[in-house]
Ligand binder design. Sequence first.
Ligand SMILES: [Zn+2]
Length: 406
Amino acid sequence: MISIGAPYVTKDGGCARLNSRVSIDGYESVVWCEVDGKYSPFLCEERSDAFLLGFLPYAMQFRHDIQCDAPVTKRLREQLEECFVLPYCTVNPMTYKPRIFCEVADEVTHGGRGIGTGVSCGVDSLHVFATHPEITHGCVFNMFVRNHVRDEETRRMLWRNMRIRARRFCDEIGVELVEVDTNFDKGILPDLKYEYHVTYANLFAIFALQKLFSVYYIASGYGADQLTLNTSIDEDCALYDHILLPAVSLSKIMIRLWGTERRIDKVKMLVNYPPAMHHLNVCWETECDGKNCTHRCGKCKRTLLELEALDAVDKFADVFDVEWYKSHRREYMLEYYSGVRRCEVYAMELQPLLHHKFKMLCLGDRLWIYLHYWGMAAIVSILRNRFIRNLWHFVRDKILHRRKNA
Ligand SMILES: [Zn+2]
């Protein structure tokens, strides 16, 4: 059983926190969500909605029921159970359908007119800003700073970089930045895994501030053809955002999924959106300066290939090392060629736009690409060959046998 205590607000040093004492099979912890003191009136202590949404995937995965001391919004509970949990558990019969014990109440009345979205400065996030000039609040939540990074110092550095980047972007386009710190993902539960529950984490923070927003956009990380309900609860929940988000959308706070088009179409929009040219950040590397690595991670390489396909690499000289790109172009083309051979989604999207550019490469570069790709493929194929593998095992056993007898 997951017991969620009634939420309460505390204030300290110019900050305000929404807290709840959460107990899971005797393991108890205070879970909190912290914002600047000026947002204190928008923290929702009247309902358990935020905490219910935050712990729902944990309950479904580890077979817990949920008990809330404070009321849950009636419409939220009904929609969640009928429009999400029931269909999800029907499609995935091994997943537990938690029972929710709580009182219900009407939606909290509030005058919040904020229109919000996250500011990661990635392609999906900037695409939401480019298509919604009416957005009033950009948000950063301290939950997505490289989930696999466990050492505190690196996490602090990544959180700082994320805030600096978001602040610069929001200042340029003139929207308010809301920074939300939390302990939700910092080991409050021994087996709480965050990697695949990003949407629930988003909803936890959004509903903690539910009196601030009238609309909140969540950027889709997947194209419409990839969305599905048929996926395990410990897989990426963004795959079923199209079912989950309408189920948590209420009359006073609408949660909308945005941007289910192809990634290349989003990038096409960003090449005509000047703020993206100064702030786009897609890098997977944990760079200490918070900039794109340009050539070490696959995400940077692929984004540069997308810009190449749209003849827009030079426009992004502020955020990528364009000189490096130009002097190592064939390495990026090798990435593209490998993607096409493996039928990867990003490469197939790029093919109609990049194919002629690949054909225009000089003979030397093309030969280099073919040699690298097929050379590597040949090595992999040789290593997989049964005769070679058996020969290697025979030689290795002989060597070990001799060492033993020596
Ligand atoms: Zn990178």
